[in-house]
Design a protein around this ligand. Structure first.
Ligand code: ADP
Length: 533
């Protein structure tokens, strides 16, 4: 093909060499050519559609004559720059009036300028929809309070996706209720609420109730007058709907499982955005995510209710169990004394064994009660000053009588600590009895209590079975047992360390362990002293 000579492309006025430019008429992009005075000398067919000005009213006009403030816009500035620099420029521009995105390319021609306008609305819209979906999903996953989440979702929708967004949900009587309404202009919300209550929701061919009945989403890309007249019977309703100025509408169902339980309505009115199939797919995706969030919130609530019921049951059952256990213990002790008096040591010994088992039973019941207290925030601490070393020694004395191991003690804090003496004693007893329980083959346990800066620290060391590394972080979890719940060698519920760690944490302290499997464990805790002694 012959290269055009420079003079061929030099365009001085609107008398264009037609063969070269006729082809431009078939392009899907708008093409405009300006001469050096920034007067239009050419527009192709698509250009005519976009400018909504036929050639006769366009050609020969100065750019500022047709678009008075164009030179202040990014496009105008690009045109002026290209005129000076002779370097091609590209920019993405959103035109509010037609609600469309365009890629504008400004080319320098010899002494003149060509502008190509390419519609990129589909890509931009898809990008925008994806971003919106990501934002909305985050919102939906942030809270398990569904009312709050749906309200936030409706607000998020305007103005990004719609001028209006309403969410309707079925109430517990199965009746449809306006749940929330959002408008990009907050002042219009009250007006909108009143208006919505007057509008018909029952239509054989569309509307929220129809979407709920069929479970199918609905889209009306352009609400024409004809369409309105067809679907609305009374003149009053027609006038009301006209006052909203509906432009485009989408309604998508929200489902629980497969059953529709509500709908989200998206409306554009002032914004000349016409919803497309891609927008409907996005809206359906959004409604699916909302449905999932509702389902999650429901499951969470059910789980919470079940936990509450379980806690109530454990709390009541433990209380009820405590009374008969205490009575049995008292009767057993009376009997034990009687047998001793009569010289029946064997029977008295059986009763002692029964008493030991009753002590275990009471401890288990107390642990269960403590767990429910912790979970319902009712584990109350009674704080006072107490002698820390005395408490450690008392706890050791009490346990030493009941275990086979000897305890080596080094207690040197000499501190009065401000805290709950009874609960801290419970932690010591628990750690000491664990040390004994999990080191059945060994003869010693070591206890060291010392001052560490503003804290007191106790470490209880045994030389028993130890805990594998990967399980060490879990031993403070509720119901966690290294050897599993079925274990018969070391009976227990896996609650002692959980309760102990809560008691220590609530007093501003910290609890931890060091252990090696097969070699033994050291459990330590620290508590703040709080006062100068
Ligand atoms: P349990 O009633 O089962 O003893 P705990 O909450 O006191 O419950 O302890 C949780 C788990 O931690 C125990 O089941 C045990 O596997 C492990 N554990 C606790 N203390 C020791 C220890 N001194 N040596 C080895 N394992 C221990």
């Amino acid at each position: 093909m012959k290269e055009p000579k420079k003079s061929d492309t030099k365009i001085q006025d609107h008398h264009l060499p037609s063969p070269q430019f006729a082809a431009l008429d078939n392009l899907g992009d708008g093409i405009y050519i300006l001469n050096s005075n920034l007067e239009y000398i050419y527009e192709n067919k698509r250009g005519e559609e976009l400018s909504e000005l036929p050639k006769e009213k366009f050609i020969g006009k100065k750019i500022t004559e047709l678009y008075t403030d164009l030179l202040a816009t990014p496009t105008g500035k690009a045109i002026e720059r290209v005129k000076k620099t002779k370097q091609m420029e590209q920019l993405e521009v959103f035109y509010e009036k037609v609600h469309k995105w365009f890629l504008i390319t400004v080319y320098p021609l010899d002494g003149s300028i060509a502008i190509q306008v390419h519609d990129i609305s589909i890509r931009k819209n898809n990008e925008h929809n994806l971003l919106f979906l990501a934002k909305a999903s985050q919102e939906l996953s942030q809270s398990l309070n569904i009312d709050e989440t749906l309200k936030k979702l409706a607000k998020l929708t305007v103005p990004e996706i719609a001028d209006w967004c309403t969410i309707d949900l079925l109430n517990n009587k199965g009746k449809l209720e306006y749940f929330t309404i959002a408008h990009k202009d907050p002042e219009k919300i009250e007006w909108a609420k009143k208006l919505r209550s007057k509008l018909p929701r029952n239509s054989s061919s569309g509307g929220v109730e129809y979407v709920l009945k069929t479970g199918n989403a609905q889209i009306t890309p352009l609400v024409t007058d004809e369409l309105l007249k067809k679907s609305i019977k009374s003149e009053k309703e027609y006038q009301l709907i006209k006052s909203i100025g509906l432009n485009s509408v989408m309604i998508v169902p929200i489902c629980e499982g497969k059953k529709p339980i509500g709908a989200i309505t998206f409306i554009t009115s002032e914004t000349r955005r016409n919803y497309t199939k891609a927008d409907l797919a996005m809206a359906e995706d959004l409604a699916n995510r909302a449905s999932l969030a509702i389902e999650n919130a429901r499951l969470y609530k059910e789980a919470q209710d079940a936990i509450k019921l379980r806690n109530e049951f454990i709390s009541i059952a433990s209380h009820e169990l405590k009374t008969p256990v205490t009575s049995i213990k008292a009767y057993g002790q009376v009997l034990q004394r009687r047998f001793m008096k009569r010289g029946d040591a064997e029977s008295a010994n059986y009763l002692q064994k029964m008493d030991n088992q009753l002590n275990r039973l009471s401890a288990l019941i107390s642990d269960l009660l403590d767990v429910t207290r912790i979970e319902t925030g009712k584990l109350l601490l009674h704080k006072d000053y107490y002698d820390f070393d005395d408490l450690v020694k008392e706890s050791i004395d009490a346990i030493e009588r009941t275990i086979p191991q000897k305890i080596r003690v080094k207690v040197t804090t000499r501190k009065k600590v401000y805290g709950d003496k009874f609960r801290t004693g419970q932690v010591l007893t628990n750690l000491l009895s664990n040390a004994a329980k999990y080191s059945p083959e060994t003869a010693h346990i070591e206890v060291i209590a010392e001052q560490k800066k503003d804290d007191v620290e106790v470490c209880i060391k045994d030389f028993g079975i130890g805990i594998p590394k990967e399980k060490q972080t879990m031993v403070f979890d509720r119901f966690y047992r290294v050897s599993g719940p079925q274990d018969e060698t070391y009976p227990g519920l896996g609650l002692g360390l959980y309760i102990s760690s809560e008691i220590i944490k609530r007093q501003g302290g910290r609890i931890w362990l060091e252990s090696e499997e097969g070699k033994g464990s050291t459990f330590c805790f620290r508590l703040p002293i709080f006062i100068e002694n």
